[in-house]
Design a protein around this ligand. Structure first.
Ligand code: FAD
Ligand code: SF4
Length: 459
């Protein structure tokens, strides 16, 4: 039977002019009717390629069928069996590069909006409230370092099987980048807290303000626990190394976003405010740069520009984030690179940039940006945010000689995610360098499998 062409159901969004001045969520989510209509577009393929694109192998056609038939609880169970944070993944996963990229419906008209339907199901589950679960203890104990997506996934998988889990987090709030990096308008914090509560409802305990490598050592953890998982992320920002970078008004995106998201600097009654620039330049073109630029706009900037040394095609941010940033009025200054930050009385006021052209592809496969001689020019900026990537903080490895790392500072693990120390596992950005939420979750899940195998728990 021929399949009738039906376009994707668009997710309603806040108007760009209005949303550029508030921190409320940009994408408003599907209604029940829209979610069911979109799920009905799934063709229930015999060989569902979409699943091959999902790093945690969510059973996509099965949950689509359940949504199409209004069996939302069933859909939730199917997703949760492999993905413990569906509301988060539905919002921030790069689906266009994963499941949706391989969706066979694209051959008829457009891929199914898998992420949007997953988000609907995740939010449906959270709207029902979190229930404590009674789980029989298995007699084993595990320590988890960090509380980002890799750590939370590993914690959830272990706790579900009766392992006594203690999470040690350096900050006073849980969630890692989900809480201190990705802004409220893309990932509401109340929702992240609900997802975390659903992990804690499995019996895991969390200890805040505990910096592993300083207040507690890996050796102390291995003495007390049967297994340790390190999910400490990649929170150390990289800088350009150009003159003037230490002027006042120059921030790393990490610091800026942490101050706004974690410390709540966007709230009028915040005790720890952050500088509010009028003319803000953001260097970089990844998701972090888009988040920093859109946050600066919402913090009252009159003009925000993204400065990137390559062209539009090479921008690493999600297409949706680039589109949203453009809709909100962020200016893109492409093929140019800052060579100096200029200032007056210790404060930045200009960027000296050079124009670039694209040469031959480099090791990353992208065309190498080459400076054009004599093309220097200046742009005004009273605030500069550097968003050029991050690496793991060396604190943990420096405090534990036996922990092997590669030259980029990422932890070395074997196939089962075990580090160079027996019974110490690691995953997420601490192993891969800055990557994605779903890859971090996949790593946490893989490590939990090896840990459970080691405990003789094989279900
Ligand atoms: P993290 O989320 O970094 O969590 C690490 C946790 O460990 C933190 O809570 C940290 O405080 C804690 N910690 C660190 N050191 C210690 C220590 N010594 N002791 C105790 N605790 C410690 N990915 C996407 O898929 N989609 C997106 O749209 C997206 N947008 C992003 C936007 C921003 C601004 C940023 C910064 C990242 C974004 N990412 C996105 C990337 C994604 O968030 C990360 O890849 C992911 O969060 C990594 O998870 P993780 O668990 O490895 O580490
Ligand atoms: Fe449905 Fe697309 Fe997966 Fe086929 S490939 S099962 S249409 S989501």
């Amino acid at each position: 039977m021929a399949i009738v062409k039906t376009p994707r159901n668009k997710m309603p969004e806040q108007d760009p002019i209005v949303r550029g001045h508030n921190f409320e969520e940009v994408a408003l989510g599907y209604t029940k009717e829209l979610a069911m209509a979109e799920a009905k577009r799934c063709m229930q393929c015999k060989n569902p390629l979409c699943m091959k694109g999902c790093p945690v192998s969510v059973r996509i056609p099965e949950f689509m069928k359940a949504v199409a038939e209004e069996r939302f609880d069933d859909a939730g169970k199917i997703i949760k069996s492999t993905n413990s944070l569906p509301s988060v993944c539905g919002r921030v996963c790069p689906q266009e590069e994963q499941c949706e990229k391989l969706c066979l419906r694209a051959r008829v008209d457009e891929p199914v909006s898998i992420g949007a339907v997953e988000r609907f199901v995740g939010d449906y589950l959270l709207s029902k409230g979190v229930k404590e679960e009674k789980i029989t203890p298995c007699g084993k104990r595990a320590a988890i370092v960090g509380s980002g997506p890799s750590a939370l996934t590993c914690a959830a998988e272990l706790a579900k099987r009766g392992v006594e889990v203690d999470i040690y987090e350096a900050f006073h709030k849980a969630g890692g980048v989900l809480t201190y990096g990705i802004p409220e308008f893309r990932l509401p914090k109340a929702l992240v807290k609900n997802e975390i509560d659903s992990v804690l409802a499995l019996g895991a305990k969390i200890h805040f303000n505990t910096v592993v490598g300083k207040t507690l050592l890996i050796d102390e953890l291995t003495d007390k626990y049967d297994a340790v998982f390190i999910g400490s992320g990649a929170g150390l920002p990289s800088f350009m190394g150009v003159p003037g970078e230490n002027l006042n008004g120059v921030f790393s995106a990490n610091e800026y976003l942490t101050r706004v998201n974690l410390m709540g600097a966007y709230k009028p009654d915040c005790a720890t405010p952050v500088m509010r620039g009028k003319n803000v330049a953001v260097i970089g073109a990844g998701n972090v740069a888009m988040d920093a630029a859109r946050t600066a706009l919402r913090m009252g900037a009159e003009h925000v520009s993204i400065i990137y040394r390559r062209g539009r095609e090479e921008m690493p941010a999600r297409k949706e984030e680039i589109h949203h940033a453009e809709q909100e009025g962020i200016e893109f200054k492409l093929l140019c690179n800052p060579v100096e930050m200029l200032g007056e009385n210790g404060w930045v006021n200009k960027l000296r940039c050079v124009k670039m052209e694209l040469g031959e592809p480099d090791a990353s496969g992208r065309r190498r940006p080459v400076p054009i001689k004599g093309s220097e020019f200046e742009i005004d900026a009273d605030m500069v945010i550097v968003a050029l990537g991050t690496t793991p903080n060396p604190l943990i490895k420096d405090s534990c000689e036996k922990l092997a790392t590669n030259p980029k500072g990422t932890l070395i693990v074997d196939e089962g995610m075990q580090t160079s120390i027996k019974n110490v596992y690691a995953g997420g950005d601490a192993v891969t360098g800055a990557a994605t939420v779903i890859l971090a979750m996949g790593a946490g899940r893989k490590a939990s499998r090896t840990i459970l195998d080691g405990f003789g728990i094989t279900d």
